[in-house]
Ligand binder design. Structure first.
Ligand code: SPD
Length: 275
């Protein structure tokens, strides 16, 4: 008998994956967590029935959520990831010569599952520059002023434990926790299915930060494939950042040309932002 996993991408659309094996499944204090081995995309991390990453395409999301803000800043020493307990974003950050990379994940079970099933990503946890905190990122960030050069919010969708990570009060705390040249990025979902959220978060960031910009990447296993990120920057205009000519580490999606191009957004997204 064939085994399939389906994610409801909207009320009317679902995406299905043929599964070889269910490697792990548990109900944590915060969410349902599963690790599946799929035919097409390899191992997949699923939280509350939503695909968080697959080993075949995780590099796109993780490279774009990490390298775009870090190269925009130019010389980040202290970086914070809120969420991202799988370690994928941290793994990309640590390719930069940062002094400290901190990660705050509310659900320690995500970290445990990653250590067991996604060693290619969770290897980041062993880097001496990495510090992991298992607590609520919203409370964590309130404790810091003028401390981090880059803050990245690598959240799940805006339901359940992640709702507060899409609120204005949280973005204000992030602004305060950033140093004077600080750069912030959050993943902001599909422009097809989360139009309202995209506009709302963009407006908040534009009110709080001197510079706000949307950038995109194509992630095949995320709803709609076209994925958005919003950047808030205190000093550097994201569109005029001094992006290096080349990377001195290996990437599979990110390049300096992609960096410059990713801020060129399609007309329909511009329309959403200006409505
Ligand atoms: N629709 C799923 C969006 C998930 C974004 N975050 C994924 C976490 C991977 N580190």
């Amino acid at each position: 008998m064939e085994l399939w996993f389906s994610e409801m991408q909207s009320k009317n659309v679902k995406m299905s994956y043929k599964i070889k094996n269910v490697l792990h499944s548990e109900k944590t204090k915060f969410q349902n967590l599963a690790v599946l081995d799929s035919e097409e995309f390899g191992r997949m991390l699923i939280l509350d029935d939503v695909v968080q990453l697959t080993m075949k395409d995780e590099f796109i999301y993780h490279e774009m959520i990490a390298h775009v803000p870090l190269f925009t800043h130019g010389s980040p020493e202290r970086v914070l990831v809120i969420g991202g307990g799988d370690g994928g974003t941290l793994h990309e950050i640590l390719k930069h010569p940062v002094k400290e990379a901190h990660l705050v994940e509310i659900d320690e079970k995500v970290i445990e599952a990653s250590k067991k099933f996604f060693p290619e990503l969770s290897v980041a946890f062993d880097d001496p520059r990495a510090k992991i905190f298992c607590e609520d990122g919203i409370a964590y960030v309130k404790r810091f002023k003028n401390h981090y050069d880059v803050i990245i919010v690598d959240s799940t969708d805006p339901v359940g434990p992640a709702v507060g990570l899409f609120r204005k009060e949280f973005y204000k705390d992030i602004f305060d926790a950033l140093t004077e040249k600080g750069v912030f990025v959050a993943q902001t979902e599909s422009p097809f299915y989360y139009e309202g959220l995209l506009k709302e978060v963009y407006n908040c960031i534009a009110e709080i930060f001197p510079y706000a910009a949307v950038y995109t990447a194509v992630v095949p296993t995320y709803p709609g494939a076209l994925w958005t990120f919003i950047m808030g920057s205190k000093q550097v205009d994201p569109n005029k950042a001094n992006v290096p000519e080349s990377c001195d580490f290996k990437t599979r999606y990110y390049t300096p040309d992609i960096h410059k191009a990713c801020f060129k957004i399609p007309a329909f997204i511009k329309e959403i932002l200006s409505k």
